[in-house]
Design a protein. Structure first.
Length: 202
């Protein structure tokens, strides 16, 4: 009985530790790295935390990323354009070193193109055949909400696959990724403010 209790404690502790490893916390700026094109701009002039909401501003192009590397996970979040639709992206498997346009896979958030997948700066996938932009267009008609309304985005990253759902619609999928882990980031681009909330990483 004693051995069983000890084993149960160990397994429970391992499970909790595993969950903590996959936690995203927008309330703690110290857990994130910020990369900005304009070196005179302060990070909190572009990325602002307020409770459960991250606001991405317009003062400079760049991105905010985790300090931890992640491989297989499901990322769920809600996002919206505050006033007018613009351009942005969720960055997956970001590679070092950091740069304003990093080596990564991007889930496009540009208006009318949400769900496009971009193999950026040399990363590859089976479906990335465009020799200029390496963009894989979304599969379905746009399923994004108008500016001011919240969208639900789910991104599944498993082994060498990325799958994207927008508001319940399967929009895209790529396979044969050339890297299988990296940082997770959120891009500031396009001059229109965006808000993100209810982010979950499993």
């Amino acid at each position: 009985m004693k051995q069983f209790i000890i084993l149960l404690f160990v397994l429970t502790s391992f499970a909790i530790y595993g969950q903590r490893k996959l936690s995203l916390n927008f309330n703690d700026f110290q857990k994130w790295n910020v990369v900005l094109k304009d070196k005179n701009t302060k990070p909190d002039e572009v990325f602002k935390f307020s409770g459960n909401v991250l606001t991405i501003g317009t003062a400079s192009n760049g991105y905010i990323r985790t300090k931890k590397l992640y491989s297989s996970y499901t990322l769920q979040l809600e996002w919206r354009w505050v006033n007018q639709p613009g351009n942005g992206g969720v960055l997956l498997h970001i590679q070092s070193p950091d740069s304003v346009w990093p080596v990564c896979y991007q889930v496009q958030q540009k208006v009318n193109a949400v769900g496009d997948l971009i193999c950026m700066n040399g990363l590859k996938a089976t479906q990335c055949v465009d020799a200029v932009k390496f963009t894989v267009p979304k599969k379905m008609q746009s399923s994004e909400m108008p500016a001011g309304e919240w969208n639900k985005l789910m991104i599944q990253v498993k082994k060498d696959n990325i799958t994207v759902y927008l508001n319940g619609v399967l929009q895209n999928s790529i396979s044969g990724l050339s890297v299988n882990k990296g940082y997770i980031g959120f891009q500031a681009e396009g001059g229109k403010p965006m808000e993100i909330r209810n982010y979950k990483l499993k």
